[in-house]
Ligand binder design. Structure first.
Ligand SMILES: [Zn+2]
Ligand SMILES: [Zn+2]
Length: 334
């Protein structure tokens, strides 16, 4: 099977047409015809080898929605013709403790869609059936791609932290991930504080459902909400004044990061001890939770705010992202 894709052959390189051959589909694998593929910041990190994980040429793309066109004889949950999504993970071992507990996203043998194999900036992509998430009938395919990575990344910590509808919550960084977090938390029933220092985004952020936008660089604005927030989610990958955010948490409050901050986070112990506060992180979410999230999205009509580019204009789309102009997630259409 010949796959027509777009690949980068060196760090900071441009995407160029690239084709490769895939052998016969494995007994537990499915081949997916890619209809749409979202662009995640991790695609850029992988193109530039920021994490030292990249092998070139790399075909990025891990926010895939499409249709199953081939399925091995041992495939369980999906069949040819089904609409499915494939995110950051493309296979798990299916036998370790975590897999057996349904936490496939914590499997140490996980295969990632764009690490050492090729992703969704292509006409077809392959994956293990466990990560080919069946899409609800009524879902809008043109906007669903970003839910498969960005969406589940911010949905999982809401579940892990046990966020209640009565909670006041905060979201740091209102980009691809953060804007989806605001939409989820708004429909959860929470009072949602968005931390952003970009005045251009304020109107958009309020329209998404944030109760208020706080300029994280203004000590006066921060003072007003000190000790009042039950859950803060960081979606940025930069070093912030963590202690200042911890001071915004109410007793028993939780600060989660899903942004891959590369420097160690400086967390003073006393900022945690006094109010029994917690700091945590999480990677994406399980296949079952991803399915639950998709149903929740359809029920409440929650979708990322997307800008669509044709797949052929992938380089323009990447530049739009790199320049920080994406409002708020880019989707490529095949
Ligand atoms: Zn991603
Ligand atoms: Zn496993």
């Amino acid at each position: 099977m010949k796959i027509n894709a777009y690949a980068v052959s060196e760090p900071k390189g441009k995407l160029k047409p690239y084709s490769y051959e895939l052998g016969k589909v494995g007994s537990e694998q499915v081949d997916i015809k890619v209809h749409y593929c979202g662009i995640c910041h991790s695609d850029l990190s992988m193109i530039n080898n920021d994490w030292g994980l990249t092998s070139y040429p790399i075909v990025p793309g891990h926010e895939i929605v499409g249709e199953v066109v081939a399925a091995g004889e041992a495939v369980k949950n999906v069949k040819v013709g089904d609409k499915v999504g494939l995110g950051w993970f493309s296979a798990s071992c299916m036998s370790c403790q975590e897999c057996m507990e349904g936490e496939h996203h914590l499997c140490s043998q996980n295969e990632s869609t764009i690490v050492g194999r090729h992703g969704g900036f292509a006409d077809y992509v392959r994956g293990h059936w466990s990560w080919a998430i069946p899409l609800p009938e009524a879902i809008d395919l043109s906007k669903a791609g970003p839910l498969l990575c960005g969406g589940i990344t911010v949905f999982n910590p809401i579940i892990l932290a046990g966020v209640k509808p009565t909670d006041t919550v905060g979201v740091i960084g209102i980009g691809g991930l953060g804007h989806m977090a605001i939409k989820f938390l708004k429909h959860w029933g929470c009072e949602v504080v968005a931390f952003s220092s970009n005045p251009d985004k304020k109107k958009h952020i309020l329209n998404m459902g944030a109760t208020r936008v706080v300029n994280s660089k203004s000590p006066e604005e921060l003072e007003v909400i000190k000790g009042k927030i039950n859950f803060i989610l960081n979606t940025t990958n930069v070093t912030l004044d963590w202690n200042s955010y911890l001071s915004l948490l109410a007793p028993k409050g939780k600060l989660y990061t899903v942004g891959a901050v590369l420097e160690p986070m400086a967390i003073p112990a006393f900022s945690l001890i006094g109010g029994e506060k917690l700091v945590g992180g999480s990677p994406l979410g399980s296949p079952a939770l991803t399915k639950t999230m998709l149903d929740f999205c359809v029920r409440h009509n929650i979708y990322p705010t997307v800008e669509e580019f044709p797949m052929e204009k992938v380089n323009e789309a990447m530049k739009h992202l790199e320049d920080g102009r994406a409002r708020f997630r880019i989707v490529l259409k095949n």
